[in-house]
Design a protein around this ligand. Structure first.
Ligand code: C2O
Length: 536
């Protein structure tokens, strides 16, 4: 095993897209940021130096962080942010994981431009459980706003209304062909006839689930969220913010240029953002004047396409990579996930109310001291450990009655016994917007054992759970007007954030944290922080 060292200088960089320029926050001046390369078992040291006016923290999304919770990164959850002029070394070992993950800023809306890939190869000498591809490429999907993203969300919070959606989507930093700006190029992936390529696809967008497809080519899905799956072929994949998907694509044409398309999937009828990002699969030996073969992306409300894809995902569950689904459950939890409306006399728009979001009718309030610090050093008044295991008042969650929208504002965590097993049903309360919520859990992978439309029924639904080869991942879409059930083992002491990976919903409060600690010494509890942990 090796030590991998990186320096991430967080700097402003003037960047031009859609024929207009603006300064953006970047790592080392790059958008998307640099790729972190490592192997399973490596120790990774990432020194993050903050040279911008914002406070910064970086999260290594999907890295288990076994016993290294201080390196997880969400601001005010596991650390206070790195202040201007300061630095912090994120130090962790990649244990029992290999595949594609990504890193991103975990404060404000800086994730819009501060993100990049994490590529973890298997241990030396260990093959992939599928034929070795000729080459691999990282494909990062994201968004581009012409105006400053911090200004957009600040304005939205003042008004109490939803922020604007992005002006374009991007593939490896580029929107590709858009009617309003002809001078820009898109990302090109060179291929050779007869060879197979692995694409490591990452959805780093703030607020958009995306479809991804390539004209004339099938995709073989082999991994999601850095977990191998039973391979299957599909024309289109759907990928939510926070998710990663590895696909194999065989260049089975003799030559040509083929359009690669990333287009939005939004259940919401009010979504206005329908820009498709494009790139090009380019065969070697293709004549310069060859027309690109186009593809038509699914409609943005193509729920059947999305569900058809999601329902095919299964853990590989092989001898080498078994699916260890918890059978006996210690904590049985039901969390409602939804948007609501709270009074806001000072809001300029919105008739004296504002949109909020919550879990079990609690809108999570960010503390000013990191919860992990408050826990470790016994600082009182930062959080309470009384997050409810169930909704405060059960009702027909997916009905149309405009009740149950109010939330209380609080900083509450749910305490899990170290090494206990958890079943958590995430129930959408599709009342004011029928949207899919990609819920991300820090510190763990979980198994998605069940899913359904309407209200979860604790008597009937568990009988249908897949406890054999359910998909294992770190971010799962809670279907609009439906539910998912996940299971995991709380084998990692620390404070672990869980939130909607649509940044606007996180901002509105769709977040909470689990606290795992038995208070019984180092094997069952949080280890002391590194000496350079940022001060609050
Ligand atoms: Cu990818 Cu808490 O985030």
């Amino acid at each position: 095993c090796k030590v991998r060292k990186y320096t991430f200088n967080v700097v402003m960089k003037n960047t031009t897209r859609l024929c207009s320029s603006k300064p953006i926050v970047t790592v080392n001046g790059q958008f998307p940021g640099p790729t972190v390369h490592a192997r399973e078992g490596d120790n990774v040291l990432l020194k993050v130096v903050n040279n911008v006016k914002y406070n910064v923290s970086i999260h290594w999304h999907g890295i288990r962080q076994l016993r290294t919770g201080w390196a997880d990164g969400p601001a005010y959850i596991t650390q206070c942010p790195i202040q201007t002029g300061q630095s912090y070394v994120y130090n962790f070992t990649i244990t029992g994981q290999r595949g594609t993950l990504f890193w991103h800023a975990h404060i404000l809306w800086l994730r819009a431009t501060v993100h990049g890939a994490i590529v973890i190869l298997p241990k030396r000498g260990v093959p992939y459980p599928f034929p070795k591809p000729h080459k691999e490429a990282v494909v990062i999907l994201a968004e581009w706003w012409k105006s400053d993203t911090e200004a957009i969300i600040n304005e939205a919070l003042k008004s109490g209304l939803a922020p604007n959606s992005s002006d374009a989507h991007t593939i490896n930093g580029h929107p590709g062909q858009v009617p309003s700006c002809h001078s820009q190029g898109g990302f090109t992936l060179p291929v050779e006839n007869g060879k197979t390529y692995m694409l490591r696809i990452i959805n780093a967008a703030l607020n958009e689930e995306l479809f991804f497809k390539i004209a004339g080519h099938k995709l073989t899905v082999v991994e999601v969220d850095a977990v191998y799956v039973k391979p299957f072929k599909t024309g289109t994949i759907v990928i939510a913010p926070g998710q990663t998907t590895n696909v194999l694509v065989t260049a089975d044409k003799s030559s040509g240029k083929y359009m690669v398309a990333a287009s939005p999937f939004m259940d919401s009828p009010i979504a206005v953002d329908n820009m498709t990002a494009t790139a090009t699969l380019h065969y070697s030996g293709t004549q310069a004047n060859t027309q690109t073969t186009l593809t038509v992306p699914p409609a943005k409300n193509a729920t059947a396409v999305a569900n058809g894809f999601i329902d095919r995902l299964r853990s590989l569950n092989s001898k080498r990579y078994p699916a260890r689904v918890p059978r006996k459950i210690d904590h049985n939890l039901l969390f409602t996930i939804g948007l609501g409306i709270n009074p806001c006399p000072s809001c300029r728009a919105g008739n004296g109310s504002r949109v909020v979001a919550g879990i079990n009718n609690i809108t999570f309030v960010m503390p000013t001291t990191a919860i992990l610090q408050a826990h470790f050093f016994n600082i009182s008044g930062v959080f309470t450990a009384d997050f409810p295991a169930n909704p405060p008042f059960p009702f027909n969650y997916t009905g149309t009655a405009p009740s149950n929208l109010r939330t209380i504002m609080a900083t509450k965590v749910y305490r899990l016994k170290y090494n206990s097993t958890v079943q958590l049903v995430l129930q959408d309360t599709g009342i004011i917007t029928p949207e899919n919520h990609p819920i991300h859990l820090h510190g763990f992978n979980f198994f998605a054992v069940g899913k359904g439309l309407g209200n979860y029924n604790s008597k009937i639904d568990p009988n249908k759970f897949n406890l054999v080869d359910p998909i294992e991942r770190n971010t799962i879409g809670v279907p609009s007007g439906g539910w998912v059930a996940i299971r995991f083992r709380a084998d990692n002491p620390g404070v672990w954030f869980m939130h909607c990976h649509l940044e606007v919903h996180t901002t509105w409060g769709l977040k909470m944290a689990f606290l795992v600690d038995n208070g019984k010494g180092p094997s069952e509890s949080v280890l002391p922080p590194p000496s350079d942990l940022p001060k609050c």
